[in-house]
Design a binder for this molecule. Structure first.
Ligand code: ADP
Length: 535
């Protein structure tokens, strides 16, 4: 990709291994910027950062094995940018069911028809950059990805229509009109859905040091969130972690359909040993694919793990370009690059008929070195996202998972989402949420006091707060990702559990008022049941 042009000199970032390239070798321009191929065949696929299908290449391809890295599967030599047949599958045929017919006038974004792709109706849209025109023909039938499915007569001439379209990955796909967010992306995770929700069409950042549970959380989101389509970008991660993910994903069962989760997932696997330039590409391809499904009217979750690896790649490339470095050596445009990524999230009326509303919810993991959230990537990201789920190393060490800190995390979507929660779940959601957070904050303050003077010195009321806060942490906030029941809970169950835990406060106070000691009151069998309720 050409990234700088000066008189007589082009600077090109190379997405592939450059071993064997020599001074004097010819370079030819492809005539187009990096672009994604969008069409049936995306779902269930595993791509590298340039949309080359790792799964299919591994099954039938020749692999370039680099010395010293035996047994690892790498890019096939010189596969280059993928064409539609490589990206989306050379032999698959799709049964196209048209919704429009010859003589209809169609324009950008209009849905021409659909094909069935696993559990998903894959909409075939007029590309956003095509002129309006009149359909000459659009018969039903089986088509390969590169064959024309019909023809359109435009002012500029007759153009063929295809199942697949291409789009330059650096350019956000246009929408008709952006909309405010109004519904949560339900994740099944209590601490998220009840305390720090993210909106469908919103963006959230998960910063966390090594081992704090970023990957487990991102995978829980991929599996349990109520998005229609999941695009998971593994960006610059270690190869063995990515391999683990790729190995485990095909076994995951989609809780919505009972079929494989992969059938509504697109995986992009970019590992740390691929050339650094491809890290940015992997994120951009992911965003473009997410937009394509949004344009069909789907609710898409775009999960990127980890944006820090991308930022580090930007730093390295910026250094080679001898640009003036900004904070901690990151380029001065780090913030605007990240903004460009997070701004592709959103909820919108998309182009074309019939009217459709789609959304992209972006979740970016950040791995701050040493878990220090004041570093530039975390800081730049949290300015862009509406929710912040801070993973706390202390909680992770104490095996409190998900290790989402209730003191550092926040969600700016609470006001926008409150009407939904109050109508669908509980008219008092906002107060209960505030009460829960307040309890946890009180607990922290009281624990400082206890450390100085001991628990016995506290008045009963404060000791009740400590007991209820502990119950809240253990029975409500903690959630075991590997427990078949506890892994994800529907919102009705979450709110019931929250209400039950909060009610304990009144119950304990009443018992003390009747003359019971706190110790006696805490032995009530119902509390034991509550502690076990989550699993
Ligand atoms: P990171 O990606 O931040 O380095 P991981 O996501 O790999 O961290 O998590 C590290 C370990 O923490 C996991 O292997 C798992 O044992 C534990 N863990 C994280 N989240 C949970 C959870 N929700 N439930 C149970 N265990 C968890």
């Amino acid at each position: 990709e050409v990234i700088r042009l000066e008189p007589g000199e082009a600077t090109i970032q190379v997405y592939e291994e450059t071993a064997g390239l020599r001074v004097g070798d010819p370079v030819a321009a492809s005539g187009s910027p990096p672009h994604a191929w969008l069409g049936p065949g995306l779902l269930g696929a595993t791509f590298d950062g340039l949309q080359r299908p790792l799964d299919r290449l591994a099954a039938g391809g020749t692999w370039l094995l680099l010395p010293g890295r035996a047994a690892a599967a790498f890019e096939p030599e010189g596969a280059g940018m993928a064409g539609p047949r490589l990206a989306l599958g050379p032999d698959r045929r799709w049964s196209f069911e048209p919704e429009r017919s010859a003589g209809d006038e169609v324009g950008p974004g209009d849905r021409l028809g659909t094909v069935a792709e696993g559990p998903i109706r894959h909409g075939i849209l007029v590309p956003p950059d095509l002129a309006r025109g009149r359909l000459l023909e659009l018969p039903p039938g089986d088509h390969g990805i590169a064959e024309p499915i019909g023809h359109l007569e435009t002012a500029a001439g007759i153009v063929p229509l295809h199942l697949a379209q291409r789009w330059p990955v650096r350019v956000p796909r246009p929408v008709l009109r952006r909309l405010p967010v109004e519904r949560p992306l339900l994740t099944g995770q209590r601490v998220i859905d009840m305390l720090f929700p993210v909106a469908k069409g919103g963006a959230t950042v998960i910063p966390g040091g090594f081992g704090t549970g970023k990957t487990v959380l991102e995978q829980a989101l991929a599996r349990w969130s109520d998005a229609d389509i999941v695009v998971y970008v593994g960006c610059g991660e270690r190869g063995n972690e990515m391999a683990e993910l790729l190995a485990s994903f095909p076994d995951l069962v989609d809780p919505r359909t009972g079929g494989p989760l992969l059938a509504r997932t697109v995986l992009i696997a970019n590992t740390s040993n691929m050339p650094v330039a491809a890290r940015e590409a992997s994120v951009l391809f992911g965003a473009t694919i997410a937009e394509y499904f949004r344009d069909q009217g789907y609710q898409v979750a775009l999960l990127a793990d980890s944006t820090s690896r991308w930022a580090e790649a930007l730093r390295e490339i910026s250094g080679r370009l001898e640009e003036l470095p900004g904070e901690e050596g990151f380029p001065a445009y780090l913030g605007s690059r990240l903004a460009g990524f997070y701004e592709r999230a959103g909820r919108a009326v998309v182009l074309g008929a019939p009217e459709r509303i789609g959304s992209i919810t972006t979740v970016g993991a950040v791995s701050p070195p040493g878990g220090d959230f004041s570093e530039p990537v975390t800081q730049a990201s949290l300015r862009l996202a509406g929710a912040f789920w801070a993973l706390d190393a202390e909680l992770a060490h104490a095996r409190h998972f998900p290790a989402i800190s209730w003191t550092q995390s926040y969600s700016l979507y609470v006001d926008q989402l409150a009407p939904w929660y109050e109508e669908t779940l509980d008219p008092g959601w906002r107060e209960r949420r505030a009460e829960a957070i307040d309890l946890l904050v009180r607990e922290r303050q009281l624990l400082d006091v206890v450390a100085l003077v001991g628990a016995d010195a506290l008045p009963d009321e404060d000791r009740v707060v400590l007991e209820v806060a502990r119950l809240l942490r253990e029975a409500f906030l903690q959630q075991h990702a590997f427990d078949p029941v506890d892994a994800a809970r529907p919102p009705e169950v979450q709110i019931a559990l929250l209400r039950a835990v909060l009610a304990v406060r009144t119950g304990l106070s009443a018992a003390l008022g009747r003359g019971a000691t706190l110790g006696q009151a805490m032995e009530a069998p119902v509390l034991d049941e509550l502690r076990r309720a989550r699993s």
